[in-house]
Design a protein around this ligand. Sequence first.
Ligand code: SAM
Length: 248
Amino acid sequence: MPTPSTPPTPHVPDFIRDDLGKLGLDLTDEVLAAIARYLGQLLEANQRVNLTAIKDPDTAWRRLILDSLTLLGGLETLEAGASVIDVGTGGGLPGMPLAIARPDLSFTLLDATGKKVAFLNSCVQELGLTNVTAVQARAETLGHEPDHRHRYDLATVRAVGKIAEIAEYCLPLVKEGGRMLAMKGQAAEAELADAGDALSVLGAGDIAVIDAYPDGFDSELVIISIIKEHPTPKAYPREPGTPRKTPL
Ligand code: SAM
């Protein structure tokens, strides 16, 4: 019998291997086994700490793991040693599956909630991940710290807020020439229209909206890719709470 500290590892469902193949993602058995261990820990800890509304393992594989892994294409151009920050990572999504799949990159998983960061730290230890640091802070604060501002090659974000709000969290953290990748539903285009020139004020250049899945998948997930072209003005991010209350 497994002890409470070693939750059962969900097996990797065959449909996940098939879907990864259709997405052109070639993950080793070792990587998939580590992702399965992470998912086991997430679902187990979720009984005590609110990390995800999804409880069914197959749905979790699809909507948490596979959805996160669709960002891997956007990480392809990052060279070994490049830095990624996952903003509002919660239980580690999309950051943790990406970090397991790309051990050559350095990941910072950022969340404002201490219990979530404690969970992430326990995962990092259990899985022996050497490329992941979990940080408890608000993005509005971290975005002004010299060790983090304009430091990252890439910021990822899922389910944290509308585009103007999350751009104010992410873009100050990204280097010029870097990017942010936001996972979004079909409201992406409308949110971009609502954001008006907020994104260029924050330093954005080219923006692209990309379907995360090829035809044939039952998913409306899109990825908004925003290139950081100019430095973010010093005034941003604004005070904690302001980007959500009064989006640019
Ligand atoms: N990205 C994860 C996912 O997709 O499962 C978590 C999404 S959860 C709905 C939103 C997370 O963002 C919460 O864990 C919350 O603590 C965090 N968050 C919200 N605003 C934040 C901020 N300003 N700075 C840091 N974390 C924030």
